[in-house]
Design a protein around this ligand. Structure first.
Ligand code: FES
Length: 102
């Protein structure tokens, strides 16, 4: 069953055009901000596990810092092959807390 988990405070969220990594238990979550929208996803790139939260945010997409696979922040789909997807998580801001549905 999906679980709603606090990952950070609102003040810790990335700025527009940035991404950050957060740890929740044994999971790593990437949160990115593009075009005023926040996206939360598995921080591990589906290619070889690169840290997406250390990647660049460009034109609504995040670029993995290891081999530059690029993923759409709204769908999680890889630009070069839409069948390859990074898992997105629902993100909610409640008061000062940022929660994701894992
Ligand atoms: S690990 Fe992300 S592109 Fe290779």
């Amino acid at each position: 069953m999906a679980e709603l988990v606090r990952i950070c405070s609102k003040a810790e969220l990335p700025w527009e055009g940035e991404a950050k990594e957060f740890e929740v238990g044994d999971r790593q979550i990437c949160v990115a901000m593009a075009n005023g929208k926040l996206s939360a996803m598995n921080n591990l790139c589906p290619h070889r596990g690169g840290p997406l939260g250390q990647g660049l945010v460009e034109q609504g997409k995040i670029v993995c810092p290891w081999h530059a696979w690029t993923f759409d922040l709204q769908t999680g789909a890889a630009v070069h092959n839409p069948d390859v997807k990074v898992t997105l998580y629902e993100l909610k801001v409640e008061g000062e807390d940022v929660l994701v549905q894992l």
